[in-house]
Design a protein around this ligand. Structure first.
Ligand code: ADP
Ligand code: MG
Length: 389
């Protein structure tokens, strides 16, 4: 892959790349719709990701090319940039803008070439991947001196402010700090995290893309954020809490009568129980109890379906199939929901059988096929050796 990219870089920019970087995509194993409620999430990086080759140029312009998109970006050197339309290169442009805002000045032009094998727009966070990749690469290549956490926060700021998507910090964090065969248990309030061994033994992580477009996902996402804020406000009439995840299910039960709206109560109940499940899931992984981990995944999905109402018929079809398939021990939606991807713990050796039967079942129920990928739990963002042709 890298050698092919070098050829494209050479041909397109008429020079050799000076450095190569990789950033993964991510899945969240458990702890969904928790990051904006100050609780625990358990993401990991996956071996699919985004590559970047770069080299300075003498043309006085920043040039963006991606193998995944037709549009190419070409920008004069300026002190700051603004988002222009909906083109993909706004993501790296936003990162350059933020880095310059912290005192860096790009002195010469720059050529950048991207390629990604994360399915785009499917909830595996190709957007956070390209942000963290660009931030890490420029910080490393130009020796800007920011630590990884600063780059994570800067990337999140690009997503929230430059691009305008209201998301938490989990994605950028997992992409920066992920490690092969490990999951992160991240407290989204304090940003403290632990690395847990995630040896799947006889199982692999199957990722199932529902191929459902996420049309309403943004407004529904914002609606859930607002409902959680309403629940918190109701609880604050009686107790001193800063976010819902400060309460475990037991404590929550003592005060939940303060939440008058039934829908809001359901949302808060999911959040509190899901946060408790992450504690249990970390324990299960530490003890090597994969079946218990799988059971918690199913319970998480059920709660996201019934209490949080963010699954939809496509994700439910995938998880229902998994429940009836003998060689899966746990499955759930991952990401914001309303489409996107599900994950399943699938027994090794059954990849083809699973894909065949899931596809038949899914097409019969939904009318078009899902896509199934198998990725290992991989490293976070990193520099790669520049290939020699
Ligand atoms: P996701 O769930 O994959 O994060 P988003 O809609 O948040 O979906 O982000 C997808 C957008 O990120 C793409 O439309 C594109 O603008 C940008 N992007 C991601 N990967 C690449 C890539 N390899 N090359 C160019 N742009 C990319
Ligand atoms: Mg995204």
């Amino acid at each position: 892959m890298k050698n092919q990219l070098t050829d494209v870089f050479n041909e397109h920019y008429q020079q050799d790349p000076a450095a190569t970087y990789f950033a993964p995509g991510r899945v969240n194993l458990i702890g969904e719709h928790i990051d904006y409620n100050g609780g625990l999430v358990m993401p990991c990086a996956i071996t699919a990701g985004t590559w970047l080759l770069l080299a300075p140029n003498n043309e006085g312009v920043i040039r963006f090319k991606s193998m995944n998109f037709k549009d190419e970006g070409n920008f004069a050197l300026q002190n700051s940039y603004e988002k222009t339309g909906g083109e993909w290169y706004n993501y790296p442009l936003g990162v350059i803008n933020e880095l310059q805002g912290k005192g860096w000045k790009l002195a010469t032009g720059l050529d950048l070439l991207y390629y990604g094998n994360i399915p785009i727009g499917s909830g595996l966070s190709s957007s956070a991947s390209i942000e963290v990749l660009t931030a890490y690469a420029l910080n490393d290549y130009y020796q800007l001196g920011h630590d990884k956490l600063e780059l994570v926060k800067l990337s999140k700021k690009v997503e929230n402010e430059f691009i305008g998507v209201n998301s938490g910090i989990m994605d950028q964090f997992a992409i920066a700090f992920g490690e092969a065969d490990k999951a992160l248990v991240l407290n989204c309030d304090t940003l403290k995290y632990k690395v847990v061994d995630c040896q799947l033994g006889d199982y692999i992580l199957a990722i199932i893309n529902t191929n459902k477009t996420r049309e309403l996902s943004e407004s529904k996402y914002n609606e859930r954020v607002a409902e959680c804020q309403e629940a918190l406000k109701a609880l604050q009439q009686e107790i001193n809490v800063n976010n819902l995840c400060e309460l475990n299910a037991e404590k929550f039960a003592l005060h939940s009568h303060l939440i008058a709206n039934e829908t809001v109560l359901k949302r808060a109940t999911h959040v509190v129980r899901e946060n408790d499940r992450v504690h249990l899931a970390a324990k299960a992984l530490n003890a090597g109890e994969l079946e218990e981990f799988g059971r918690l995944m199913y319970a998480s999905h059920q709660s996201l379906k019934e209490l949080y109402e963010v699954t939809g018929k496509e994700l439910d079809a995938v998880v229902d199939f998994c429940k009836n398939y003998a060689h899966v021990i746990g499955a759930r939606m991952t990401g914001a929901g309303f489409g996107g991807c599900a994950i399943a713990l699938l027994q090794k050796g059954y990849e083809q059988d699973f894909a065949k039967h899931l596809t038949e079942d899914y097409v019969a129920k939904i009318g078009y096929p899902a896509a199934i990928y198998v990725h290992a739990i991989g490293d976070g963002v990193k520099a790669l050796a520049v290939p020699v042709n």
